[in-house]
Design a binder for this molecule. Structure first.
Ligand SMILES: Nc1ncnc2c1ncn2[C@@H]1O[C@H](COP(=O)(O)OP(=O)(O)OP(=O)(O)O)[C@@H](O)[C@H]1O
Ligand SMILES: [Mg+2]
Length: 220
């Protein structure tokens, strides 16, 4: 379970999150919605240990992210959290295979084990035939499927996705939603930021933020 306790995040001219509390159960698929500037990305970055709150704490079971050093946090992210962003953040000059292999190298997985793990994830997103293509040569949908394979390759229990369909057409957006749904079906905890009401409706729970606070929290 992920527990957010009294998280606040201040910037010089605004308070992006205000004393937010949340609990997210393992294996659930949660959408975070809200207007632009409501604090969604700030919350997801803090949930993922990519940013620190001004006050408050995030727990994965009884492990506090705020008690970890930067090195411990990086290792924790590598093992526990897969990230998917609207802008993909692939290394353009690397191949699809190399992009997906990267978290395994960071995690010190031996080379002889890496190939089958990478190929399994590429097959799962339907991109095994593109493994030697440069990331820069891919379509938007292919880039996001590569990013999803990369997020999944270390088999993390948690997937955090910030508008993963935001740069995609309807058809590719639907493919990405199916992949996220399938991950939740496999027992992963999936948290999705979306502006799309239809996509939010495909999840188990919709948390609505406004001005850095949870104003609605509906479980289905
Ligand atoms: N690095 C930063 N420096 C200063 N202010 C920031 C910074 N990052 C975010 N903010 C502010 O914090 C508030 C919340 O931003 P956040 O990016 O979390 O919103 P969001 O809900 O993800 O919006 P969007 O839907 O547009 O992505 C906004 O007012 C934003 O301007
Ligand atoms: Mg955002």
């Amino acid at each position: 379970m992920i527990t957010v306790k009294q998280i606040s995040r201040s910037y010089p001219h605004c308070e992006a999150l205000k004393e937010t509390d949340l609990q997210i159960q393992d294996g659930t698929f949660t959408a975070i919605v809200g207007r632009s500037g409501s604090g969604k990305s700030t919350l997801l970055r803090i949930l993922g240990g990519l940013d620190s709150p001004t006050s408050g704490e995030v727990f994965y079971d009884d492990i506090s992210l705020q008690k970890m050093s930067e090195v411990q946090l990086a290792a924790f992210r590598n093992q526990h959290i897969g990230f998917v962003f609207q802008q993909f953040f692939l290394e353009p000059q690397y191949t699809v295979y190399q992009n997906v292999e990267m978290p395994l190298i960071i995690g010190a997985v031996p080379k002889r084990e890496r190939r089958s793990l990478v190929e399994k994830q590429l097959a799962a997103v339907g991109l095994l035939h593109k493994k030697n293509a440069l990331a820069s040569s891919l379509s938007g949908g292919e880039k996001q499927r590569t990013a999803i394979a990369r997020a999944m390759v270390c088999d993390p229990p948690v997937i955090l996705a910030d508008e993963p369909c935001g740069s995609l057409d309807t058809e590719n957006g639907a493919i990405v939603m199916q992949l996220l749904r399938a991950m939740a079906g496999q027992g992963k905890t999936v948290i999705l930021i979306t502006h799309n009401r239809e996509d939010a409706a495909k999840t188990d729970r919709i948390i609505t933020l406004e001005d850095g606070q949870v104003i609605d929290d509906a479980t289905f």
